[in-house]
Design a protein around this ligand. Structure first.
Ligand code: ADP
Length: 470
């Protein structure tokens, strides 16, 4: 039993004994006479006082204990451990603990305050009517007002509907600062809830994103300027190419006519040179015109049904005489999984294949060229539809000279050629691959190459298409 309880019990027992003695012992009663009543009342009063004191003490201990239990859930910093429980007096012990907890809480508060105050971000809290209850130093400095003056003032970007949402809500605003600057602030608003998930108030944290915004704007301006320059370049090329075609057509036409007249051997050679140069120029102009059209977005991709097998056959038939003249084999393999009829732009697919097979034959001296086509069938274009998405895969393989690894990265760039020497034997504009790449991309695909010098190259491309399921 605790010392205090023993002492109280002893005191109460002593008083009861005194009371019993007075009541039962006649001699004492007679001796005391009329003072008996005074002493009786005094003893009763003392007993009530002692019992009331004891009850009050117990009540106090209970209250302190509950305070202690509540604060105990708070994680405290720097709480001295040993010796607390050994405090002989319960009230003093509890009071000391609570005092220590209060000190710790003060430390925690000071450290949190420090974090909030040292923030360059603007922080404020406000009630659901938009009136602010707290602002940090950064916010006060931004609007050049005292923090106390801002309490009760409306949060200017208060959006109640949005802030009520459980998820944090983010938005960007341009905020006028008192020093005349207008900064872009990214606000994150969220509701502060109590344990019962009731919203107590809202908190908004504003982060300065002006630099990012300015960089974005500069980037956009640069992009627009580059696009405008690119458009101007494409338009210029289109006009120039168009204007060049007329005289070149005349050169080709007249050299053809001249070739059909009676000429000496030397003259015939010269006329043939004029004709082949004219044709090469025509090809360059056609390619430039084509690329500039693609780049300026003036090219439309068709979406019409056609037979891919027929298309492959036609292309192989077109190149067969050339392959024969070079003593090269030219084969095609169309996978049985490829649909008979696909919806796409046949002429663009022909253009890509013509570029790739033309190159393969151009850069192959022995062996041959193979064109392979396969397909991956996908989902219906929309639920319940009989039309299904498909990806067509093409591979043009050759056993030619191959491409050195250090040149691979530049292949799909305009005017890029592996052999740039003035003595190179194979002609070309260096535009075929970039045109093919752009066309693939316009048709939802990509193009790539694998190659080994002296062993050959494989150009692969895919396009997105669809077909009617039979
Ligand atoms: P070009 O009109 O010069 O053929 P391309 O853009 O079609 O222009 O090709 C660019 C360059 O890529 C070619 O000049 C050649 O050096 C290289 N190249 C393309 N295809 C092949 C291939 N099958 N084998 C070896 N090199 C190739």
């Amino acid at each position: 039993m605790k010392r205090k309880t023993t002492f109280v019990l002893f005191l109460v027992c002593a008083l009861i004994t005194a009371w019993v003695v007075i009541i039962t012992d006649k001699q004492v009663r007679d001796h005391l006479g009329s003072t008996l009543y005074i002493i009786g009342f005094a003893i009763t009063g003392c007993m009530i006082l002692v019992l009331a004191g004891y009850a009050w003490n117990q009540e106090l201990v209970k209250t302190l204990k509950s305070m202690h239990d509540t604060t105990d859930s708070v994680r405290l910093v720097d709480t001295p451990a040993a010796g607390d429980e050994s405090d002989s007096d319960e009230i003093i012990g509890l009071a000391r603990k609570i005092e220590r907890m209060a000190r710790s809480l003060q430390q925690v508060e000071a450290s949190y305050k420090g974090i909030v105050e040292d923030q360059p971000d603007l922080i404020c809290r406000y009630r659901n009517d938009g009136k602010m209850t707290f602002v940090n130093g950064a916010y006060a400095r931004a609007v050049n007002r005292k923090r106390t003056e801002l309490v009760g003032v409306d949060f200017p970007y208060f959006t109640p509907g949005a802030a009520i949402a459980d998820e944090p809500y983010t938005f960007e605003t341009e905020m006028p600062f008192d020093d005349g600057r207008r900064l872009w602030i990214r606000w994150t608003q969220r509701a502060i809830k109590d344990d019962e998930r009731n919203t107590m108030e809202y908190q908004a944290v504003g982060h300065d994103i002006t630099e990012r915004k300015e960089a974005e704007a500069a980037l956009l301006r640069a992009k627009e300027a580059a696009e405008a320059a690119d458009r101007a370049k494409s338009e210029f090329l289109a006009i120039v190419s168009h204007e060049l075609r007329t005289p070149i057509n005349a050169i080709i036409g007249f050299s053809k006519m001249l070739g059909s007249t009676t000429l000496t051997l030397d003259q015939r050679e010269q006329v043939e040179m004029i004709n082949s140069s004219g044709l090469a120029l025509e090809k360059i102009i056609a390619d430039i015109l084509n690329l500039s059209k693609i780049d300026s977005g003036k090219i439309d991709i068709e979406h019409a049904p056609f037979s891919l097998r027929m298309c492959v056959q036609d292309i192989c038939a077109f190149f067969a005489p050339k392959a024969r003249s070079l003593a090269l084999a030219l084969d095609s393999k169309v996978d049985p999984g490829v649909p008979e009829i696909v919806n796409s732009d046949e002429s663009r697919i022909r253009q890509i294949l013509t570029n790739l097979i033309g190159n393969a034959l151009k850069f192959t001296e022995r062996g041959g060229v193979t064109l392979e086509v396969s397909c991956a069938r996908g989902e219906p274009v929309e639920p319940g539809s009989t039309r299904r998405v498909a990806r067509l895969f093409f591979a043009v393989k050759d056993s030619g000279i191959g491409i050195p690894p250090d040149k691979m990265d530049h292949l799909f760039m305009p005017f890029s050629q592996v052999d740039t020497s003035s003595t190179r034997r194979r002609g070309g504009t260096g535009l075929g691959l970039i045109i093919s790449k752009r066309l693939c991309e316009l048709m939802g695909g990509t193009i790539s190459v694998e190659s080994r010098v002296g062993e050959g190259s494989t150009f692969r491309f895919s396009i997105l298409t669809d077909f009617e399921e039979s």
